[in-house]
Design a protein around this ligand. Structure first.
Ligand SMILES: N[C@@H](CCC(=O)N[C@@H](CS)C(=O)NCC(=O)O)C(=O)O
Length: 180
């Protein structure tokens, strides 16, 4: 059984999407980040960066002691490897998934956090920062540059696809992941 430490934010949805798609049994352990649950010693023992999502798998794949995992990207990879789903075994397919997974974790996720911060929380409205993070020139491939504007739709074809933000969902005013 998997205990998922969760609160309903886009980072939390990444993992519930993966769990639902793979059909793994899980229990939600609410982490009310507005009330400060993420700072309790019990939660910090699982997620030292005081952020959800995190999970504890017991017994894990190797049947040994419970396995805890924090960071949504690490969780998606763990679940993909546990189930053999959404992460191809061949090198080219695996690279394609990992490229977009890391793009989300290191690019889109942090940039959209800044978008939320400068649009909603910053005490001073700085047009340069708002423009920089709201309309992000993310993809320059063949053809014209694609500018990311909170319109990517969830894909159900890979674990990387599960990381994309739902369309037209500005951050909640009470969402700490967008406030810092
Ligand atoms: N890089 C982390 C980000 C997770 C994250 O930002 N979680 C936010 C909610 S969306 C959180 O728990 N914030 C609580 C806090 O910062 O105190 C991941 O991908 O899992």
């Amino acid at each position: 059984m998997i205990d998922l430490y969760y609160w309903p934010t886009p980072n939390g949805h990444k993992v519930t999407l993966m769990l639902e798609e793979t059909g793994l049994p899980y229990r939600i352990q609410p982490v009310n980040i507005g009330a400060g649950d993420q700072f309790t010693p019990a939660f910090l023992a699982i997620s030292p960066n005081n952020k959800m999502p995190a999970l504890v798998d017991h017994p894990p794949t190797d049947g040994d002691a419970p396995q805890s995992v924090f960071e949504s990207g690490a969780i998606l990879l763990y679940l993909a490897e546990k189930t053999g789903r959404f992460l191809p075994a061949d090198t080219r397919g695996r690279v394609a998934v990992l490229e977009w997974l890391f793009w989300q974790m290191a690019g889109l996720g942090p940039m959209s956090g800044q978008m939320g911060h400068f649009n909603v929380y910053a005490p001073e409205k700085i047009p340069y920062a708002i423009e920089r993070y709201t309309i992000w020139p993310a993809i320059r491939g063949s053809g014209p540059t694609t500018r990311f504007r909170w319109t990517l739709t969830p894909s159900r074809t890979s674990s990387a696809g599960m990381t994309r933000s739902p369309p037209d969902r500005p951050p909640s005013a009470r969402m700490p992941c967008a406030s810092r």
